[in-house]
Write a protein that binds this ligand. Sequence first.
Ligand SMILES: *[C@@H]1O[C@H](CO)[C@@H](O)[C@H](O)[C@H]1NC(C)=O
Ligand SMILES: *[C@@H]1O[C@H](CO)[C@@H](O)[C@H](O)[C@H]1NC(C)=O
Ligand SMILES: *[C@@H]1O[C@H](CO)[C@@H](O)[C@H](O)[C@H]1NC(C)=O
Length: 656
Amino acid sequence: MLDEKLIPSNTDNNYAPLPDGSDSPASRRSPTKVLLVALCGLVMVGVLLASMGCNGGSSRDVHAKTGGDGDVEASLPNSKEAATAIPHMPISRGVSAGVSEKSNHQFLRGAASFPWNNSMLSWQRTAFHFQPEKNWMNDPNGPVFYKGWYHFFYQYNPHAAVWGDIVWGHAVSRDMIHWLHLPLAMVADQWYDINGVWTGSATILPDGQLIMLYTGSTDKHVQVQNLAYPADPNDPLLINWVKYSGNPVLVPPPGIGARDFRDPTTAWYTSEGKWRITIGSKVNKTGVSLIYDTEDFKTYNMIDGMLHGVDGTGMWECVDFYPVSIIAENGLDTSINGQGIKHVVKASLDDDRHDYYAIGTYDEKTAKWVPDNPKIDVGIGIRYDYGLFYASKTFYDQNKKRRVLWGWVGESDSEAADVRKGWASLQSIPRTVALDQKTGTNLIQWPVEEVESLRLTSKNFDNVKVTPGSVVPLDVGTATQLDILAEFELDKDAVHNTAETNGEFSCTASGGAAQRGALGPFGLLVLADESLTERTPVYFYVVKGNDGKLKTSFCTDQKRSSQANDVNKIIYGSFVPVLDGEKLSLRILVDHSIVESFAQGGRTCITSRVYPTKALYGDARVFLFNNATETSITGSLKVWQMNSAFIRPFSNNRSL
Ligand SMILES: *[C@@H]1O[C@H](CO)[C@@H](O)[C@H](O)[C@H]1NC(C)=O
Ligand SMILES: *[C@@H]1O[C@H](CO)[C@@H](O)[C@H](O)[C@H]1NC(C)=O
Ligand SMILES: *[C@@H]1O[C@H](CO)[C@@H](O)[C@H](O)[C@H]1NC(C)=O
């Protein structure tokens, strides 16, 4: 139980819910402190807020997908209009309630839906990725290791396979792979979260107490931060949760839109003995992370300025902030600071629905963070994953001294198909995340080692030569649940003889695996049927630059992943650093409708959702392919069949 002495009676609650959510509510903190001055003085991000008029505004404007990597642009006027204008158009979900769009708007333009049948749809359910028994899931919430159990909470709609009525789902595991579903942890039962128990984070205090901070959407759709804690701290399953009687503990400060204030981070300790958190927001088009200090998690002081902000990046959701070591392999507790440490800032950009991170330096005194390289700043540089991966959150796993990353992996088929399936969304396989000490400029992500406990039989393929323009079947039997490790070498003479070019290659702008170059594409075809009418290439594409150096991209091409037309077929990918002397390496986890791929030990990652109509059950195969025109490649692989994790409800008569 949270020390009740720390909980003051809620006497200073001058919070006034807004009539229409279009204005900033009065702050519980002394309004004489003109926080706006701090916000308005954002010289660091080149933004000058002249007056009180810098209200970030409500999120009523339905945002459009930017189409940055090929997403279909969907600029919707508003849900009602849209629904009447075009009958096929799915309704907008989330935006009018004050969060980002949760519907898949890709199949608006009258694409006739494919005649999916039940066996195809039920095949899409995964075997070793976390998903609830049914209905809609989105962001990971408050992941934590507590009294021998990994806890996972998640944004959940108990009523339907589409976003809405959001509460906290809850599951526990000994290994982050085998999960037991528990009852809902928190439901929308208070005025301050009646429109949604939204995303939040866990903090473990030095004495072992656990607290949760989460965003509630109030009866007036104002985004406020709330405190909750376990009803019985001795219960390792943390079944029951208590919401603090003085909630909300934070409301949007002056100058911040009532619907632009969400997703508190895990708190970290300052050398002054206070706890510090950051919360994502925006000021006009500048994405920002506001920063607060607290001693008791009930009253907070907003710090002048902000942790960081980047012009033009829009609303920052699900900000994450954590230290990484430049020396040690292990992960670091969120409060660790000092020599040999860099800090990561991650924001989930509401405008393009991608998770961007940057590595930099945090100054505790000024409560500011600066990126190592201003060109690789948050929201304009690198991403955790170049596929479908959003609203992620890390936690420090004190059990195995590692930092673990969870990310929400949505569906990229039609909403109508999700409703028929009765479920929507997965979580990525949890990934350890650490600084890449070889490059120093990116993180390394890798599936937690526990996933290897699912490996069954394996087959090795050593030094398989694949000539230009050919495909080699890999006889691994059924290929719907696989863990694949592969290494490739290019032909040295071909590389030497290849002409230099100043042409830039981009996976997303390319023609995919059908675009042949001298030194690529080559890699694997997963979820392919025997005749290759359906296939999902996961591959490298190498270009020899003007300086004679090779530049490597890592891509996934969904163009021919399905004969259905109502599924996402875009090409994902990005650059991947390859250092001198390194072979090209990749790992792929195939689990029915999800393909998670990691290049060069996890420097560049791509998560893809694919929905084949033929390459399923016993008809799914895997092939090596080389569509380069000049180089042959030599591949060595190990391919495991993967067991199912049999994720199921917790039953009381199971022994712990
Ligand atoms: C934010 O937008 C408002 C309305 O367009 C404008 O008046 C204000 O100057 C803008 N602030 C900044 C810092 O651009
Ligand atoms: C679903 O359709 C596929 C392809 O047409 C067919 O092979 C399969 O038997 C069908 N399954 C059911 C249950 O109808
Ligand atoms: C290789 O490229 C050719 C020509 O663009 C294309 O027809 C073929 O489908 C590609 N092969 C694979 C495996 O994608």
